[in-house]
Design a protein around this ligand. Structure first.
Ligand SMILES: [Zn+2]
Length: 68
């Protein structure tokens, strides 16, 4: 793929369903996507890196999506 594709390292994922967000270069963008998913579906979401490893502290539970 393109050079930009290799820089996409963060994406939201969900503990409660099989949702996986689009990959983003910026952590904050993936974090926002995870929070949106948690809010919309009342699921516990988190952000993972390019190795599918959960980012420590990124877990967002329903109802606390706007806190950090
Ligand atoms: Zn979900």
């Amino acid at each position: 793929m393109s050079q930009a594709q290799g820089q996409l390292r963060y994406r939201g994922q969900c503990d409660d369903c099989s949702w996986t967000g689009r990959p983003f270069v910026r952590y904050g963008t993936a974090d926002t996507a995870a929070r949106d998913h948690a809010d919309a579906h009342r699921h516990t979401a988190f952000v993972a890196d390019q190795y599918d490893l959960r980012i420590v502290g990124s877990t967002v539970r329903p109802g606390e999506a706007r806190q950090h």
